[in-house]
Design a protein around this ligand. Structure first.
Ligand code: PLP
Length: 395
C-alpha cells in the first residue's frame, strides 16, 4: 500500500492554504530545492562544461524520461524530456501525420486545451492538412477512413471528463489512423496505461501533477513500433545520431531520442528529477483509488452544502480524471473570494470553478475545508464584494 502520509510530507505546503490547483502548478517538493542548490554548488560551479558528461547532464532527458515511463504505462528507453508541451504536441502530430502518407485529416475535440488546437491548426496550414474539431462525445462517430491522426487530451482541463483511451485508440486503428494522446491532466493523476491501450504517441507536461515546477520540461513517448520510422520535423542537433560530429546533414538518432531538439533545460530537469523521487513508492492503483475517494467526497460535500452551484464534471468516477468543476454564474468572484479565504482552486471562463485533487498531497481534511469554505463564501455572499469583481486588479 502506498503511504500517502509520507508522500504529503515530501511537499512544502504553505501554512493556512488548502491547495487544489496542482492541476495547474504542483507545489514544491522539498527535495527539489535542495537538489537544485546542490546541482548549482557541485556541478555547474565546479564542473563547468565537463558537467555534460561528468554530472550526466547530456543523458538526463532520457534518464528522467525512464522515471516517467512507469507512470504512463510504458517501458524504459521509450520517453524523452525537453521543450514545452506545445512543442511536443507539434512534434508528435507532425510525426504521426508523416506516417500516414496520403491522409490529411487531424481530428480533435473542442474540450481540448486551446494550445493543442492552435498548434495543430498551424501545422495543418503549413503542411496542407485539415484539422477537424468535434464535441468530445462525438469523437467516436467522427473517426472516418480518411483520418490520419486522432489528437486528444485524455482528461479535459475544465470538466475532468476522461476519454476511453483504449476504445478510441482501437477505433482509430481500425480506421487506419494513428493516435496522439496528451496526458497533461493524466500523468500523475490517473492510472495511465499507454501500452495497454496500444496508443501510438503521447505527450505531457510535468509542472502539473508531476510537480516539476514552473517551466518544467515536457515529455514525449513514441511507441517502439514507430520509433525508428518517425521523422521529426523539428530536426535539432540534440536529436541527431551524432550531435558532436557536427555533420551538415541530419541523421535522426535511434528511437525516441530523435525527438530531442536542442540543449536540455538542466536546472529544470534537476528539479523535476528530485520531484519524481516521491513517485518511487507510489502504486498507480492506489493513486487512482485515492483520487476517486477525494473527488467523490468533494462532490458529495459540495452538493449537500452549496445549492447554488451545478456539477460540471462526469458523475461517474470512471469517466473522470482527478479534478472536479462546478458552475456558478458569478464563478470568477466566487473563486477570488475562496482564494482570499485560503482555498486555492481556479476559475475557467465563462463560469467554471475548478478544483484539482492531487492524491500525493491532498487529503480528506483538504476536502472538508474546501467544502466548508465554499459553502460559507456562497451562504454569506462573501463573493459579493467590489474587489472580487475587478478582473484587472486581481491576479
Ligand atoms: C497545460 C496544458 C498545455 C500547456 O502547454 P505548454 O506548452 O506547457 O505551456 C498544453 N496542452 C494541454 C492539454 C494542457 O493541459
Amino acid at each position: 500500500m502506498t503511504d500517502f502520509t509520507a508522500t504529503r510530507r515530501a511537499f512544502h505546503l504553505p501554512a493556512g492554504i488548502t491547495y487544489l490547483d496542482g492541476n495547474s502548478l504542483g507545489p514544491m517538493p522539498v527535495a527539489a530545492r535542495d537538489r537544485v542548490a546542490a546541482m548549482m554548488a557541485d556541478e555547474w560551479s565546479e564542473m563547468l562544461i565537463t558537467g555534460w558528461n561528468k554530472a550526466g547532464w547530456y543523458v538526463q532527458p532520457r534518464r528522467v524520461g525512464d522515471r516517467i515511463a512507469r507512470l504512463i504505462g510504458v517501458g524504459p528507453g521509450e520517453v524523452v524530456m525537453g521543450d514545452t508541451l506545445s512543442i511536443k504536441v507539434f512534434q508528435a502530430v507532425s510525426a504521426a501525420l508523416a506516417l500516414r502518407p496520403g491522409r490529411r485529416v487531424i481530428l480533435s475535440d473542442n474540450g481540448n486545451f486551446p494550445s493543442d488546437l492552435y498548434v495543430a491548426e498551424g501545422l495543418a496550414r503549413a503542411v496542407g492538412a485539415e484539422l477537424r474539431v468535434v464535441a468530445p462525445e462525438e469523437v467516436g462517430a467522427a473517426i472516418t477512413p480518411d483520418l490520419a491522426v486522432l489528437m486528444l487530451t485524455e482528461v479535459d482541463y475544465r470538466t475532468g471528463r476522461r476519454h476511453d483511451m483504449a476504445a478510441l485508440t482501437a477505433l482509430a486503428h481500425r480506421a487506419g489512423a494513428l493516435t496522439v494522446w496528451d496526458l497533461a491532466h493524466s500523468a500523475g493523476a490517473v492510472d495511465v496505461d499507454l501500452a495497454g491501450a496500444d496508443a501510438d504517441f503521447a505527450v505531457g507536461c510535468t509542472y502539473k501533477y508531476l510537480n516539476g515546477g514552473p517551466g518544467a520540461p515536457a515529455f514525449i513517448w513514441t511507441h517502439p513500433r514507430h520509433a525508428e520510422a518517425a521523422q521529426p520535423i523539428l530536426q535539432g542537433w540534440m536529436g541527431h545520431e551524432a550531435p558532436f560530429a557536427f555533420d551538415l546533414g541530419y541523421r535522426p538518432a535511434g528511437g525516441v531520442e530523435r525527438m530531442r531538439v536542442g540543449t536540455p533545460p538542466v536546472i529544470a530537469l534537476t528539479a523535476l528529477d528530485a520531484a519524481l523521487d516521491v513517485w518511487d513508492d507510489v502504486e498507480l492503483a492506489d493513486l487512482r483509488a485515492r483520487s476517486i475517494a477525494l473527488t467523490e467526497a468533494f462532490i458529495k460535500g459540495v452538493e449537500a452544502a452549496c445549492p447554488d452551484v451545478t456539477l460540471n464534471s462526469p458523475r461517474d468516477p470512471q469517466r473522470r480524471g482527478s479534478q472536479v468543476s462546478f458552475r456558478h454564474p458569478q464563478g470568477y468572484a466566487v473563486m477570488q473570494a475562496l482564494i482570499a479565504e485560503g482555498v486555492i482552486g481556479d476559475f475557467r471562463a465563462p463560469d467554471v470553478l475548478r478544483f484539482g485533487f492531487a492524491p500525493l498531497y491532498n487529503d480528506l481534511d483538504d476536502v472538508g475545508r474546501a467544502v466548508e469554505t465554499l459553502a460559507r463564501v456562497l451562504r454569506d455572499g462573501l463573493w459579493n464584494d467590489e474587489k472580487f469583481h475587478d478582473k484587472a486588479a486581481v491576479t
